[in-house]
Design a protein around this ligand. Structure first.
Ligand code: BES
Ligand code: MN
Ligand code: ZN
Length: 498
């Protein structure tokens, strides 16, 4: 894994394999951003000209390499585009994206120094986090030597006077970035390797490593406890389901957050089988569980003054002779009955049990995270998650939190009229399908039925951004992205600080 560090040495004397500088699109062509003064000097003021000759424009995503000029200890300079030149400071996400591009471009080298325009602790953290996230690659199944190693070390340059803050900022980025990269590994791991039991074991090991309390309910315990939703989804698979609780507590905490994650380690659709073309990436259906798991570990690593409990609702949705049929009625945890009309609407079933269970501990807020509906992808596209809630303020707060950390989200309603079709024609209390139109909201309304009276609850439908099928961009790799983790961590931080 890529190591992050801070240095206060001068850029000219820094021993590294590459120096990364920022360039941007100015009104009169390419401009070199601040932070790169030593490099500009070594090129005798001609750096912008040289880069322009090489075809660089400063556009976002651009990465242009050139041999370093005499006077620099590093042999290589990499100029990464920041987009439009900023009057003052650059937007934190522009810095994260540029650092991400640099880290990915430099895969295979040992040590790179980042001389991007970052002065404040927030900017330094952004550069460090972007670098760590951009360095990610998934090599589990590749033969040795068949892929470039991620860049070995990223050094963020900081001014001597603010070096203490810079160090803390880079430590924060390390904790958050490593947990996001770990979540990406979980999402990318093939579903024959990451079934519910394997995921639970990983949570247990992480609990031991970081001093978190982990409780695992296996299929027997789930049956004894009456978790009909999780069992009903998992019963068709040779890999039985699990409910995992990971608890972080702080002695001075004034609030408790419950994060509930959808953990379908593979979603075939069950008896309502998905057609080919719709199931190849369904290993990503545990991205919500990976997100809440990463968030609670990060909360612990950051020592946040808040209690955070992550609930991982893990099951594999498979068709078989023992699988739940369309038409079956499940008795959910807490006693409500659900008629399963489509076994592919399984996420809401495992989440319902976990939300009821989480509610029993009286948290101040429940946030669930789930790759819940294709309808949300149709509505918001591949890079934006939907935010629903039973409280307008909480929904706004989560949307704003996401924005603050550079994650795209949008508030979505829970229109009361869509509830009718879920309760009126079923032989049970509820059915797991409603109207086809507004399917993402219907799923949200289903979950809302399971939230205990008086608890603020929000639902993040990350079906779009959880898994990226195209070419990497910015700090986003191909495959699992780690969507919603930064939002959850910042939400916990804000709760701790409030
Ligand atoms: N896991 C899927 C949703 C999904 C779709 C995630 C695309 C990521 C990308 C979910 O379990 C599902 O199958 N939802 C159905 C619900 C329908 C049967 C009511 C859907 O969206 O089609
Ligand atoms: Mn499904
Ligand atoms: Zn699913």
């Amino acid at each position: 894994m890529t190591a992050l560090s801070v240095s206060t040495s001068s850029a000219a004397s820094l021993r590294a394999d590459a120096l990364v500088i920022g360039v941007a699109k100015g009104p009169k062509g390419l401009v070199v951003a601040s932070g790169a003064e030593a490099v500009v000097e070594a090129f005798e003021g001609k750096l912008a000209e040289v880069l322009t000759t090489l075809g660089a424009t400063g556009a976002e995503g651009e990465a242009v390499k050139l041999p370093a000029a005499a006077g620099l200890k590093a042999p290589l300079v990499l100029a990464v585009g920041l987009g439009e030149a900023a009057e003052g400071a650059y937007d934190a996400d522009a810095l994260r994206r540029a650092a991400g591009v640099a880290a990915r471009t430099l895969a295979g080298i040992k040590k790179a120094a980042l001389l991007l325009p970052a002065e404040s602790a927030e900017e330094i953290e952004a550069v460090a986090l972007g670098g760590l996230l951009g360095s990610y690659s998934f090599g589990t199944y590749k033969g040795a030597g068949s892929a470039k190693e991620p860049v070995g070390e990223l050094v963020v340059l900081a001014a001597r006077k603010g070096s203490k803050d810079a160090k803390a900022a880079v430590e924060r980025a390390t904790a958050i970035g490593e947990e996001i990269n770990r979540a990406r590994d979980l999402i990318n791991t093939a579903p024959n390797d990451l079934h519910p039991k394997a995921f639970a074991a990983i949570a247990q090991a992480a609990g031991k490593e970081h001093g978190l309390k982990v409780e695992v309910l296996d299929e027997k315990a789930l049956a004894k406890g009456g978790f009909g939703g999780i069992l009903g989804v998992g019963v068709g698979s040779a890999n039985p389901p699990r409910l995992v609780k990971v608890a972080y507590t702080h002695p001075k905490a004034k609030a408790t957050l419950a994060f509930v994650g959808k953990g379908i380690t593979y979603d075939s659709g069950g008896i309502s089988l998905k057609p080919a073309g719709h199931n190849e990436t369904m290993k990503c259906d545990m991205s919500g569980a990976a997100a809440v798991f990463a968030a609670v570990v990060a909360a612990k690593r950051l020592g946040l003054q808040v209690n955070v409990t992550a609930w991982l609702a893990l099951a594999e949705n498979m068709p078989s002779g023992s699988a739940t049929r369309p038409g079956d009625v499940l008795r959910m945890y807490g006693g409500k009955t659900v008629e399963v009309l489509n076994t592919d609407a399984e996420g809401r079933l495992v989440l319902a049990d976990a939300i009821v269970r989480a509610g029993e501990e009286n948290p101040d807020v429940i946030v669930d995270v789930a790759t819940l509906t294709g309808a949300m992808v149709l509505a918001l596209g591949n890079r934006t998650f939907g935010v629903m809630a039973n409280d307008d303020e909480l929904r706004t707060r989560l949307h704003n939190t996401a924005e603050a950390v550079g994650e795209q989200s949008w508030p979505m309603p829970l229109p009361a009229d869509l509830r009718k079709a879920m309760v009126e024609t079923t032989i049970a209390d509820l059915q797991n399908m409603g109207e086809r139109m507004g399917g993402g909201l219907v799923a949200g309304l289903f979950l809302k039925e399971f939230v205990a009276e008086g608890i603020d609850w929000a639902h993040l439908d990350i079906a779009g951004p959880a898994f990226h099928e195209g070419a990497p961009y910015g700090y986003t790799p191909k495959g699992g992205t780690g969507s919603a983790i930064r939002t959850l961590v910042r939400f916990a931080e804000d709760t701790a600080g409030a």
